[in-house]
Design a protein around this ligand. Structure first.
Ligand code: NI
Length: 262
């Protein structure tokens, strides 16, 4: 059975303070072979660096989430640039636009989104994009900055299949997690049916968004098989086909070698 690559997790979150070490030591034995821990604020980037330095199978994405961009300054941006250059930092992220929380004001979110897109371009690393209730501005800025030349993933995909086509045309992967298993996820299921399997990567966004039957509880990479099962049904293929595709796609996304297992 092909192992699992969780392309988007937040194991630095305080929800894991009680048992982080136990959990992270157990994951590889449970078939979770690789994880990218994603920074969202400057402090979570620091904790992400600690995790990727400590655990072989954990990689990092370093970047500042749109709702945290008010804390960025030229000085901290320079710090980010330095950290992004480390070998185990596989992407710049998560970066983007979030008009659901709409904080800080949109112009600030947009300007740091563009700066971080350009940082990724400069360092030749892919981006992890967070976009919520901001499809048009995300597409417009990505188009203006030629994001197709950067590549990356639209994480926790929440838009229509029509918008998915736009991101696919730019060469992006689409990140799908626990929401796919929710009863009210009709729009996402439609999008997931449409998106070719070779462009889908699996993610948790843990501690958030645990799939059914664990919805509402703390999420972890151990729940990804529930997402695989629903995705296999939607695609009309067996679970191993989904596992294998997702494993290969995640390595392509983050430009990692898969040790002969692809
Ligand atoms: Ni996230």
């Amino acid at each position: 059975m092909t192992q699992i690559f969780d392309t988007h997790a937040h194991y630095d979150d305080e929800a894991f303070d009680e048992d982080r070490e136990e959990l992270l030591e157990m994951l590889p034995q449970k078939g979770i072979a690789k994880v990218v821990n994603v920074g969202a604020s400057l402090s979570s980037c620091k904790r992400t660096i600690e995790l990727m330095n400590r655990y072989d199978y954990i990689y990092g994405a370093i970047g500042v989430h749109p709702n945290e961009t008010a804390e960025l300054t030229e000085e901290s941006f320079e710090w980010l640039r330095q950290q992004c250059q480390s070998e185990k930092c596989v992407a710049v992220g998560e970066i983007g636009l979030d008009y659901y929380w709409d904080e800080p004001e949109r112009e600030i979110q947009k300007s740091w989104f563009v700066r971080q897109l350009n940082l990724a371009k400069e360092l030749k690393k892919p981006v992890v994009i967070h976009s919520r209730d901001a499809a048009k501005d995300t597409v417009d800025l990505m188009t203006a900055e030629k994001a197709g030349e950067i590549g990356g993933v639209i994480h926790c995909y929440s838009y229509t299949k029509e918008t998915a086509k736009t991101f696919l045309d730019m060469g992006f992967f689409i990140g799908i997690g626990g929401v796919l298993t929710f009863k009210n996820a009709r729009k996402l299921k439609e999008a997931a049916e449409y998106i070719p399997l070779e462009r889908i990567v699996l993610e948790t966004d843990c501690p958030y968004l645990a799939p059914e039957p664990n919805r509402g509880k703390r999420n972890s990479s151990l729940n990804i098989p529930y997402v695989i099962s629903v995705l296999a049904d939607l695609k009309g293929v067996d679970e191993e086909t989904v596992r294998r595709a997702a494993w290969e796609n995640a390595h392509k996304l983050y430009r990692l070698t898969c040790e002969g297992k692809c």
